[in-house]
Design a binder for this molecule. Structure first.
Ligand code: UDP
Length: 215
């Protein structure tokens, strides 16, 4: 939605639409459709949640992420390396303007994300609902680099995650993390799970299901 932001943390009132890849553009288009729908027919009430980078798994280890083919996203790729399904992680670039040169993102545990939906539904059905306050960043507000994620994952899993630095990926940006304070103020929602929880739960699922749901 926000493309390459002028600064971080990103607030909901930052410019949107100058997306850097088709996935971002698809999110922008859907927000526009939902906004137009609400204007055209007032019986519609919509809350928009702008997810940052959802990761992790249910703490039971029974519900997790099993992407088709080679994972595009960082966390499932790290998980598959940790159980030996893939040899090494390719780190896409180490000369971004970040603390260690690798991309920085706002990772959010899927269970915190699920809770944000419950809070959003409560808000939608409450007297407090106001169309002017209906778009929310859903993130922790903390940015972690790719190498941070590798280190925390190794500690949480007790497994090594070998990596190689490779070229940057087209459409990637240096830094993206949320200012989630509007969600706290209006929805009474904030993230509780730490990056360690995210890595621990992700590994739990992956180690119980090394070949995904088919196994
Ligand atoms: N990334 C990486 N190797 C991978 C996948 C992702 O280095 O195999 C990096 C990517 O460049 C970005 C971060 O990890 O800095 C998160 O990427 P992801 O695809 O998970 O989410 P995005 O923020 O791109 O939607």
């Amino acid at each position: 939605m926000y493309g390459d932001p002028v600064s971080v943390p990103i607030r909901e009132d930052f410019p949107v639409g100058a997306t850097t890849n088709p996935y971002g553009t698809s999110k922008y288009m859907i927000e526009r459709i939902l906004q137009d729908l609400c204007i055209s027919d007032e019986k519609w009430k919509v809350v928009i949640l702008r997810y940052f980078n959802p990761v992790g798994a249910h703490v039971s280890g029974t519900i997790g992420e099993d992407p088709n083919g080679i994972p595009n996203n960082l966390m499932p790729f790290i998980s598959q390396v940790s159980v030996g399904k893939r040899e090494f992680l390719s780190v896409f670039g180490d000369d971004y303007d970040t603390k260690d040169g690798t991309g920085v993102r706002d990772y959010i545990h899927v269970v915190d994300l699920a809770n944000a939906h419950v809070k959003a539904l409560n808000y939608l059905n409450s007297e407090k609902f106001n169309i002017k306050n209906s778009t929310f960043n859903i993130g922790t507000g903390i940015g972690y680099s790719v190498l941070d994620m590798v280190k925390v994952y190794e500690k949480a899993s007790g497994r090594q995650v070998p990596y190689k630095i490779v070229n940057t990926r087209a459409g990637d940006i240096a830094k993206c993390y949320a200012d989630p304070s509007l969600a706290k103020e209006i929805l009474d929602w904030k993230a509780h799970k730490t990056i360690e929880d995210m890595c621990k739960d992700s590994y739990k699922w992956q180690s119980k299901n090394p070949n995904g749901y088919d196994a």
